[in-house]
Structure formats: structure tokens, C-alpha cells
Design a protein around this ligand. Structure first.
Ligand SMILES: Nc1nc2c(c(=O)[nH]1)N[C@H]1C(S)=C(S)[C@@H](COP(=O)(O)OP(=O)(O)OC[C@H]3O[C@@H](n4cnc5c(=O)[nH]c(N)nc54)[C@H](O)[C@@H]3O)O[C@H]1N2
Ligand SMILES: Nc1nc2c(c(=O)[nH]1)N[C@H]1C(S)=C(S)[C@@H](COP(=O)(O)OP(=O)(O)OC[C@H]3O[C@@H](n4cnc5c(=O)[nH]c(N)nc54)[C@H](O)[C@@H]3O)O[C@H]1N2
Ligand SMILES: [Mo]
Length: 826
């Protein structure tokens, strides 16, 4: 076992602090109990010194001076790639827009039964005591439960919350709701909404969250690496648990290797630039057409692997008919493809042959499937890769998670810690997998939230079944920011006027907190004890996340809030199992400890681990470094069949065909999106891509000084091709009005020659800051791109979000613009 040492200097232990500081809640016995038990392991706050902690953006070393965080930096160096997110912990903890006390919307407090929901986002706020807030939430929740049953309570509460297997706010909420009788939840996620539903039909697994052929194998065996709509330099800055940063290490090695690297992307993004790769600029939303052109060329020139298709796949012939245009009289040849995707025929042919003639790894991102008909992209990649015939060979095939949570980093041999669970029966290993939870009965696809709120009783198709939207009256959201993350903000504002009660637990006055009736102030992860692993696939480290500073103002842990609510329902014992947070944490650690012991290794006992302020790091066995995805299947397709009906890769799926959907057929199909550059009668001029931000995790960190490094004219930047900008009379640094029929935002112009002409980019995650609060259709001053995106499902199959299918207009904004005000107290 390798352990990394960290020097701790000047650590003063102040045992009294825990018992004496004002955050100890005088009304709740629970919190007193907490304060008493915590000292069992002498967890004390550091007055001056260093504390190890973890965030999605990595292991951090916090410097504490006079009980305040004064510095935040990476705990260790793993590569030369700079992670901009790691330096702003103090900005978060001491932010001007922290929610200080429980707050209730004025009209709601006056009369919850007639609370003027149209005033959400605009009404005054009234401070209430913590006990009053708990009583109010519990009382209203009981009423809804009596009136409407579990169905009326929506607690899907999607979001990225903070790292930590204990204070996993979403799971804590689900646990509470389950303990008191259930709730309406949500299915799937925003990340891979389309791919995770179609892949099981095609490959028998969700594929997007699976371990990839290991990086060392890619570095050793691939000749060509095709990065298809992915930006590893950005998206590897974070992990669902906490990044181990090993992905960056391998990216750096990829740069040094002399492989041929190709980036297919409307933007010559940071990864393309860093790797000095060949850029193939594609028209957004047309990847399926490009791949079909490539497939057609391979077929026509007889450069494809018939043996592989025969032995390992099902239904190539049906697809071939379509490709050749046997039924629809449209041959998907390179000429056809070129016209759609904007890449010349010679390049399409060259690309296809290059990939066929060389060991090629296709590393695909997810932005391409976050679009209307998003199911088709990953299906078509699998189809193309099947024709190339390299699936299951070292360094060949495809990988759908090299850009995310360090997929492809070899898995270490050790133990996995447990986590708090959404039900009260098991505590094993669920801390990291809340993504795919299906705990609740009336669940609907996560991105259909606005549609569901607006249309109770509506029946939708979903992956071969029918779902009826419940009539939602009570919404509880924790750890997410739907007013920023959901598409078509104006429709969402309308939808959020529907329920009677909205409760939000938040750290900051986010746009979502502002839409609530009751807001509960919560701690950052630096104000409470927790534990996490790093590296979602590698399981490399167990990291203690000891409380670094006092709870700010009246902030409470989500756990405490739900314990106090559980008490109101008489189920505290079930909910908490009589355990303090630290006792849970010890139990989660013990689970890993036992696994480690069972395989004949050892790690420190909990007390030692907890007091050491160091991660436990596991070793990677050589065999894991040699992992090749689908090698077993390739070796023996009979004994190692896939989980599909045929046991093979399904290029044609009878199951999907039988669903009879017009927007997802039995084989990969090119569908023309509702809004794209190549359409006739466009009502807006530019294709909008909404990438994940370089200097944020979605909306997280937008309220820190890191924003100063990228904001333009104090707004979210919009990236515009230089020639396009010139034609519109827009200069670098200008304020730009970006608009379409769904809404308008202000953004600051950045001119670039790295974007394909006709394409503009505004990253997701800028906080929604409406000119007139609470009003539908008003301009967003800060540049939340979702004001412009379309709230339509990818298809009836997956109902994923379509955030990259939108056209917009741009113009220089010449009027005097109001300054933003979203990062202040309301
Ligand atoms: N246009 C467009 N929209 C998109 C996307 C896109 O590509 N384009 N991507 C989508 C994707 S893939 C995703 S995953 C979503 C992300 O959407 P979200 O996950 O909603 O985004 P975050 O900004 O991470 O929101 C997390 C919130 O939780 C709060 N929080 C943090 N820790 C705690 C805690 O301990 N307790 C509580 N109660 N709150 C806490 C933070 O302050 C923050 O407000 O966005 C989606 N939206
Ligand atoms: N720094 C940072 N890292 C993150 C996140 C974050 O917010 N910040 N979010 C995390 C989360 S929750 C997720 S789900 C992942 C998201 O990971 P992805 O979904 O892969 O990320 P995106 O930024 O949406 O898209 C990646 C690339 O797709 C390109 N692209 C857009 N449209 C098209 C198209 O039509 N065709 C092609 N070929 N390319 C296209 C974009 O230009 C971009 O370079 O990232 C994770 N990592
Ligand atoms: Mo995501």
C-alpha cells in the first residue's frame, strides 16, 4: 500500500470549539448529541495549519489561519495540466451570497394555501427561526401527503451537490422521503440521457459509465485516436466522486506519443489544441450523417470486416439496405453526407480508410447525444466501429467515458467505501451510484420536469412503456440548480408556478433557491465531516474530508435538516439509525476496511485514518492496466455473450423496431433535427452549442472570483467566429444580445477562429439573472444559455434532454445594460 505523506504544521487542537461555537443548535437535541459524540475521535477544528479535503475537482489542501480558510490548492501534482477549479474554496465558504438563515417567501408565510405562486422569484423574503421552518415544511408536507399521496411529492432533485458519501444531499432527501412513505422521483440523468437508454439495447450495458480499455493499452497499441465531440482538457477537471487526476496524466502521455489524433468537433477545442490534433470541423448535430457517409464508403470500397459483423453483430443487413437507400431511395454516400455535415467528401473518405487501416480508438463525448435524436450518435459509433472490426482488440473499438471521471484509468485493488443510502435497509456501496436510482414509483425521465409540472395526467412513451405524469403539488430540491441546468428557462419559470410548495436546501442564493417558498441554509462540505473515494473507475484513494472550518451563520448539514424533519414525522430512529454523521462515516470506512482485509491487504483502522489527514491509496495490479473492453466477448462470443436479446451487438434491434416509434427506428437512422444549420426556412442564423464550462462545474463556482478570469463585459462569454462577428459588426469585448423565439440573454463577445462558421458557443451554467425577477420572457443579464435552448425530448425511446439543438440570432447590444445582481443577497 502506497501512502502519500503530507506535512502538517502548526496544528492546534481546539476541542472546546466543537462544544462551544454558536452553530450548535440549542433547540434540536440531535445536534447536541452530534457535538457530544464527535469528540470520540478528537475531531477538532484546526486553528492554524493544513487540512486535506476533497471536491469534485480533486483532493485539496486547505490552509487555515486563525480558523479561516486562507488558501486552497491541489493536494498533490499529478500532471502539468492546470486545474483552474482548485483554488477557490475560500470564495465559496465566505461568499457574499451564502444563505444565512432559513427564509420563507412573504406571501407563502402569510398563507401557504394561497401563496401567489406568480410571485416566486420576486417576492420578499422573511427570516424565520430554524424550528419554525422545520415545522412549516413538515406541516405542508403532511398535508400534501394526505391530499395527494406520495405521487404529489416530487423529490427527484437532480444535481451534482458536493463530494462526500455521507452528506449526499440528494440521497439524504430520498432516504427521508422513503422513510415517510415514498415520492415521485426521476429517471436517468442529463449527462447521458439518450445513450444510457439505447446502449442496453445495442450492447447489453449502459456503456457510458463502464470502465474503458485502459489508457496504458491505448498508449501502447492504438495508432489513431479519434476524439469525437469530447473535450478531455476540460471535462476531466472533475469526477462524480473526486477526480484522481490520472486522466490528465494519460492525456499528457497521449500528447507525447506520436499517434495520429483527430478531433471531430464544431470547435477546435482545448483538447484539439493541446494535442496538436487534426481538426475536422463538423456542423453541429450532423455526426450521424458523417458516420453514415464513412460507412457507405467502407462498404462500397469493400474495406470493412465482414467476419466481425457476422460473428459478433446482429442485423447489419437491415442497416445496409438503409445505407444504400434501398427503401427511401436516398443513398447515404459521401456526397449526401458532405452536404449535411459540411465536411468535404475527400476528408470523409480519407477518415474512413485511415480508421479501417490502422488500430483506432474512438473516444466519444456526450455533448453529441445531448441533442434531438441523440440516441442515434452512439448507436452509429458502435455500428461504424463494428464495420472497422476492432472492438475487443487492444487499442481498438470505442470508449464512451475517456473524457469523464477518469474512465480508462486502471482500477486499483483495494476496498470501496459505503455510503448513505436512499432506503433504510442497506448501507453498502451506493455513495457514488445515485445516478441511476429508480427508487420511486411514479418516476418520469429527469429532463421532462417542466412538461410534467405543466401537464399532470399526460401520458408519454418511454422506452417501450407508457408513463403518466403525476399531479405534483410539493417540490423538494437539494444539491441541484434546475433554474440553470434545465432547458428553456422561461417555460420552467411557468412550470414552477404550478406546485403549491417548493422547498430548497442550498448553500447560496442560486436562481433555484430564489424560486422557492422555503429556503434552508446548508453547509459547504468544508464545514462538516465526510469521506469520499477518488476516481470513479480507478477507486484509487479513500479521502478523509474533515471539517475544516465552523459552520457559517445558521447553516445546517442536510443530514441534520432531514433528521429534524424525520423527528416531526416520528421516524427519526429509522432515518438516522441513531447514528451521528461521523458514526456513519466510520461505518462506510469499515466496509472498505473489511474488503481490504479479505484480500489480504491492510489499511489503517478508522481512528488512525481519520486523524492522519492523509488519503489511503491503493495499488493498481498489472492485469487491470492491461484491461481491454470486450476482449472476453471477442475471445468467446458463445460463453461471454452480451446482455442483448441476441447476445450480440445489435445494429438492428427488434425490440426497438417493435416499439414503433417515428423518432427512433430499428437501426441507426439520420433524422433531420427541428433546428439546425442546414434546414430550410431557418428562423435564426447561428447554431448554438452549450458545452460544459472550463472554469466551473455547471453553475458551481460561478459566484467566485474565478469568474473574473472568463467573464466579458461582466457577462458569460459568447464565442463567435471572427468572420461571422465581422458580418454582424461585433467586436471582441462587445456586449451581445443572443436571442430566439424562446428568449434572450446578454453575453460578452469573444472572437475566435476556432469555431466553425455559423456556430456560436455559450457554456452551460451561468446563473440565471432575469432583468425583471420572476417574469416570464425577460432578458437574462448574466447569460444563462438555457434561456435559449429547446425543452424537447431526444425521442420517445430515451426522453433525454436536447440542449445542443438550437438556433440563435446575435446582435451587438447598444443600449445601456443593467449590471448583474445575482451574486448578492436577494
Ligand atoms: N444547455 C445545457 N444545459 C445543461 C447541460 C448542457 O450540456 N447544456 N448539461 C446538463 C448536465 S450533463 C448536468 S449534469 C446538469 C448539471 O446541473 P446541476 O447538477 O444542477 O448543476 P450544479 O451547478 O452542479 O448544481 C449543484 C447545486 O447544488 C448545490 N450544492 C452543493 N453542495 C450541496 C450540499 O451539500 N447540499 C445542498 N443542499 N446543496 C448543495 C450547489 O450550490 C449548486 O447550486 O446540467 C445540465 N444542463
Ligand atoms: N470543467 C468541467 N468538467 C465537467 C463538467 C463541467 O461542468 N465542467 N461537467 C461534467 C458532466 S456532469 C458531464 S455530463 C460531462 C460532459 O461531457 P461532454 O458531454 O462530453 O461535454 P460537452 O462540453 O457537452 O461536449 C464536448 C464536446 O462536444 C462538442 N460538440 C458539441 N456539439 C457537437 C456536435 O454536434 N458534434 C460534435 N462532433 N461535437 C460536438 C463540443 O464542442 C465539445 O468540445 O463533463 C463533466 N466534466
Ligand atoms: Mo452531467
Amino acid at each position: 500500500m502506497r501512502k502519500i505523506d503530507q506535512k502538517r504544521r502548526g496544528v492546534l487542537k481546539l476541542a472546546v470549539l466543537f462544544a462551544a461555537v454558536p452553530f450548535v443548535d440549542v433547540v434540536s437535541n440531535r445536534t447536541n448529541l452530534l457535538a457530544a459524540t464527535v469528540s470520540r475521535f478528537s475531531t477538532t477544528l484546526v486553528t492554524n495549519g493544513e487540512v486535506l479535503t476533497a471536491a469534485h475537482w480533486g483532493m485539496l489542501k486547505l490552509t487555515i489561519k486563525d480558523v479561516k480558510i486562507v488558501k486552497s490548492e491541489p493536494y498533490q501534482k499529478t500532471s502539468d495540466i492546470f486545474n483552474s477549479l482548485q483554488y477557490y474554496t475560500q470564495d465559496l465558504v465566505y461568499a457574499k451570497d451564502r444563505i444565512k438563515y432559513p427564509m420563507v417567501r412573504k406571501s407563502y408565510l402569510e398563507n401557504p394555501n394561497s401563496s401567489k405562486p406568480e410571485l416566486r422569484g420576486k417576492d420578499e423574503w422573511v427570516r424565520v427561526s430554524y424550528e419554525e421552518a422545520i415545522k412549516l415544511i413538515a406541516g405542508e408536507l403532511k398535508k400534501t401527503r394526505e391530499d395527494r399521496g406520495a405521487e404529489g411529492i416530487f423529490a427527484g432533485s437532480y444535481g451534482w451537490k458536493s463530494s462526500g458519501n455521507m452528506h449526499n444531499s440528494r440521497v439524504l432527501l430520498h432516504r427521508f422521503m422513503n422513510t415517510i412513505g415514498g415520492f415521485t422521483g426521476s429517471l436517468g440523468d442529463y449527462s447521458t440521457g439518450a445513450a444510457q437508454v439505447i446502449m442496453p439495447h445495442v450492447l447489453g450495458t449502459i456503456e457510458v459509465y463502464e470502465q474503458q480499455t485502459s489508457w496504458p493499452v491505448v498508449l501502447e497499441s492504438s495508432k489513431v485516436v479519434v476524439i469525437w465531440g469530447a473535450n478531455l482538457m476540460r471535462t476531466l477537471k472533475i469526477s462524480w466522486t473526486s477526480t484522481d487526476e490520472q486522466g490528465f496524466k494519460y492525456l499528457q502521455e497521449l500528447k507525447k506519443s506520436n499517434k495520429q489524433i483527430i478531433c471531430i468537433d464544431p470547435e477546435k477545442n482545448e483538447t484539439c489544441t493541446y494535442l496538436d490534433a487534426k481538426w475536422v470541423p463538423i456542423t453541429p448535430g450532423t455526426d450521424v450523417a458523417l458516420m453514415m457517409g464513412m460507412a457507405y464508403h467502407l462498404l462500397k470500397t469493400d474495406n470493412y470486416d465482414k467476419v466481425f459483423l457476422d460473428e459478433y453483430t446482429e442485423g447489419f443487413d437491415e442497416f445496409k439496405e438503409y445505407l444504400l437507400g434501398k427503401k427511401d431511395k436516398v443513398a447515404k454516400d459521401t456526397k449526401w453526407a458532405s452536404k449535411i455535415c459540411g465536411i468535404d467528401e475527400a476528408t470523409i473518405k480519407e477518415l474512413a480508410l485511415l480508421m479501417y487501416n490502422n488500430r483506432t480508438m474512438i473516444m466519444a463525448g456526450w455533448g453529441i447525444q445531448r441533442a434531438q435524436y441523440g440516441e442515434q450518435t452512439h448507436w452509429m459509433i458502435v455500428t461504424l466501429a463494428s464495420m472497422l472490426g476492432q472492438i475487443g482488440l487492444a487499442g481498438g473499438g470505442f470508449g464512451f467515458s475517456y473524457h469523464y471521471s477518469n474512465g480508462g484509468v486502471p482500477t486499483a485493488k483495494g476496498g470501496k467505501i459505503g455510503g448513505i443510502t436512499s432506503t433504510i435497509t442497506s448501507t453498502q456501496n451506493t455513495g457514488g451510484s445515485s445516478w441511476l436510482e429508480k427508487t420511486a414509483k411514479f418516476s418520469f425521465p429527469v429532463a421532462r420536469i417542466a412538461d410534467a409540472l405543466l401537464n399532470p395526467g399526460k401520458v408519454i412513451e418511454h422506452n417501450g412503456s407508457k408513463i403518466t405524469y403525476p399531479d405534483i403539488d410539493f417540490v423538494y430540491w437539494v444539491g441541484g440548480n434546475p433554474m440553470v441546468h434545465h432547458q428553456d428557462t422561461n417555460t420552467l419559470v411557468k412550470a414552477l408556478r404550478k406546485p403549491k410548495t417548493i422547498v430548497v436546501n442550498e448553500i447560496f442564493w442560486t436562481p433555484t433557491a430564489r424560486m422557492a417558498d422555503i429556503v434552508m441554509p446548508v453547509t459547504t462540505s468544508y464545514e462538516r465531516d465526510d469521506i469520499t473515494m477518488s476516481g470513479d473507475y480507478s477507486n484509487l484513494n479513500i479521502i478523509p474530508m474533515k471539517q475544516a472550518v465552523e459552520r457559517q451563520n445558521e447553516a445546517k448539514d442536510d443530514y441534520d435538516i432531514f433528521c429534524d424533519l424525520a423527528k416531526e414525522f416520528g421516524v427519526l430512529k429509522d432515518y438516522s439509525q441513531n447514528k451521528t454523521a461521523l458514526e456513519w462515516i466510520e461505518e462506510f470506512y469499515l466496509s472498505a476496511y473489511n474488503q481490504v482485509e479479505n484480500i489480504g491487504l491492510n489499511i489503517p483502522k478508522f481512528k488512525e485514518f481519520w486523524e492522519a489527514n492523509k488519503p489511503v491509496t491503493f495499488e493498481v495490479p498489472q492485469e487491470n492496466a492491461e484491461f481491454v473492453r470486450y476482449a472476453d466477448y471477442r475471445e468467446d462470443p458463445i460463453l461471454e455473450p452480451l446482455g442483448t436479446p441476441s447476445g450480440k451487438i445489435e445494429i438492428f434491434s427488434k425490440v426497438i423496431e417493435n416499439m414503433n416509434y417515428d423518432d427512433c427506428k430499428g437501426h441507426p437512422t439520420w433524422f433531420e433535427p427541428d433546428e439546425w444549420l442546414g434546414m430550410k426556412n431557418k428562423d435564426a442564423e447561428f447554431a448554438l452549442i452549450t458545452s460544459h464550462p472550463d472554469h466551473r462545474l455547471h453553475s458551481q463556482l460561478n459566484n467566485t472570483s474565478l469568474r473574473e478570469k472568463y467573464a466579458v463585459a461582466n457577462r458569460e462569454p459568447i464565442f463567435i467566429n471572427k468572420k461571422d462577428a465581422k458580418s454582424k459588426g461585433i467586436k471582441d469585448g462587445d456586449l451581445v444580445r443572443v436571442y430566439n423565439k424562446r428568449g434572450e440573454i446578454l453575453a460578452g463577445a469573444v472572437l475566435t477562429d476556432k469555431l466553425k462558421r455559423g456556430v456560436v458557443r455559450v457554456d452551460e451554467g451561468a446563473w440565471y439573472d432575469p432583468l425583471e425577477r420572476g417574469k416570464i420572457g425577460t432578458i437574462c443579464l448574466n447569460g444563462n444559455v438555457n434561456v435559449l435552448t429547446k425543452d424537447i425530448p431526444t425521442s420517445k425511446l430515451a426522453n433525454g434532454n436536447s440542449s445542443n439543438t438550437a438556433l440563435v440570432n446575435i446582435e451587438k447590444y447598444t443600449k445601456k445594460a443593467k449590471d448583474i445582481s445575482i451574486f448578492k443577497q436577494p
